[in-house]
Design a protein around this ligand. Structure first.
Ligand code: MTE
Ligand code: MO
Length: 375
């Protein structure tokens, strides 16, 4: 009878996960959840400034909706002079802009917090950079005419929650909604937005944590108050004071997340790499939400000394920046390579991330251990 009660034959669960990723052309990604699809990019595949669509992480709270771009409409209502619904064609007639933006899930790195937290156990790869083409959210709102009473733009989407989970409704404060780089996008890296990324229309709220960039966007509701959506009132909140790891935090001491925090990621060498003695090339990306990267330092002696890495390649307002550093490894030994970014406001990555009840904004020094063998 041994094995008779097994629900899965050996390998079957793995095969199901592979199928879930293949369905969306994401077979190189790590499946963190099959239903809904939550896929993480392996760090080694994040080695280009632009993350190709098939390598871009996916974060969805609920099943991917069925969409028909030909009948899609974006409704605009609430505190506006004339509520309207715009078709995709009408939206595409507005002036098109392309924004290069790094999107990162607020929960990226949650797996590393101690004590452990509930939620998707993202490690380092719930981040990526793409060029999004669309119309300015301000231009879209102008079509309906925002009243002076409008404080927040509530964003609704077509994905429908299973069971009792609340629908994914978010809000953007008016100033950020009106920013010229906040857009409703229909293209991602020159292709129609792929289905798991929000086909046919998604918000891009650059520099802010990924959950502001609502996918499958189908309604804007201008509010004279704060949204009472679960995902605004309760979700995506962070303590406004330091808390002891594991401590409960009162709701009144929590504030909404906004901008991403300063962070760096070593994409090469790979963790655990075994390399011959000689020159070791270190490279990766650093980003700081709405701020710019001022410098990235690298340490190969457990943080006793730090050397400045070179910042290279393309520079875009809301995108990560490439850093490179080389050192000579003369004899066989194990190295822990650390990276630490600083932004133009003087914020530096901490040695240890601040624990918080939802496991958001993990941003401590990145580290990669490698083994150097004899030449
Ligand atoms: N409609 C809808 N939009 C959504 C989500 C969602 O579950 N539903 N997830 C958000 C979160 S938490 C993140 S991090 C980003 C992820 O975008 P991506 O899947 O294109 O990488 O989408 C955001 N937009
Ligand atoms: Mo997210």
């Amino acid at each position: 009878m041994a094995g008779a009660a097994l629900k899965f034959a050996p390998g079957e669960l793995f095969a199901q996960a592979q199928t879930a990723a293949q369905r969306y052309g994401k077979d190189k990604l790590i499946v963190r959840s099959m239903r809904p699809p939550d896929f993480e990019t392996p760090v080694a595949l994040l080695d280009s400034f632009i993350t190709p669509n098939e390598l871009f992480y996916v974060r969805s709270h609920m099943p991917v909706p069925q969409v028909d771009p030909s009948t899609w409409s974006l409704k605009i209502g609430g505190e506006v002079n004339s509520p309207i619904a715009l078709s995709l064609d009408e939206i595409k007639k507005l002036p098109a802009v392309t924004i290069t933006a790094t999107l990162e899930c607020a929960g990226n790195g949650r797996a590393f917090f101690e004590p452990a937290l509930a939620g998707i156990q993202w490690e380092k790869g719930a981040v990526g950079t793409a060029r999004f083409t669309g119309a300015r959210l301000s231009e879209v709102l102008k079509k309906a005419g925002v009243k002076t009473t409008g404080l927040n733009v509530e964003m609704h989407a077509a994905d429908r929650p299973p069971g009792t989970m609340p629908a994914f409704v978010r809000q953007v404060p008016m100033a950020k909604a009106m920013h010229p780089d906040t857009i409703v996008a229909w293209d991602m890296n020159g292709q129609p937005i792929p289905l798991p990324h929000g086909l046919p229309l998604r918000a891009i709220v650059p520099g802010w944590e990924g959950a502001y960039s609502v996918k499958w966007l189908n309604a804007l509701n201008v509010l004279a108050k704060d949204s009472d959506s679960f995902w605004v009132a309760t979700g995506y909140r962070y303590p406004n004071r330091r808390v002891a790891p594991g401590a409960a935090v009162d709701a009144k001491d929590m504030a909404p997340l906004t901008g991403l925090v300063v962070k760096s990621l070593i994409t090469t060498p790979a963790a655990g790499a075994s390399l011959p003695a000689g020159k070791i090339a270190v490279g990766g990306f650093a980003w700081a939400g709405e701020n710019d990267i001022a410098k990235v330092d690298v340490s190969i002696d457990n943080g006793q000394t730090w050397q400045a890495a070179r910042l290279t390649g393309e520079q875009a307002r809301f995108a990560w920046r490439r850093f490179e550093y080389e050192f000579a490894a003369t004899k066989p030994q194990s190295y822990l390579i650390l990276s630490r970014a600083t932004d133009n406001k003087g914020n530096m990555q901490p040695a240890v991330s601040q624990w918080n009840p939802s496991g958001y904004l993990w941003n401590q020094y990145d580290s990669v251990r490698i083994e150097v063998k004899g030449a």
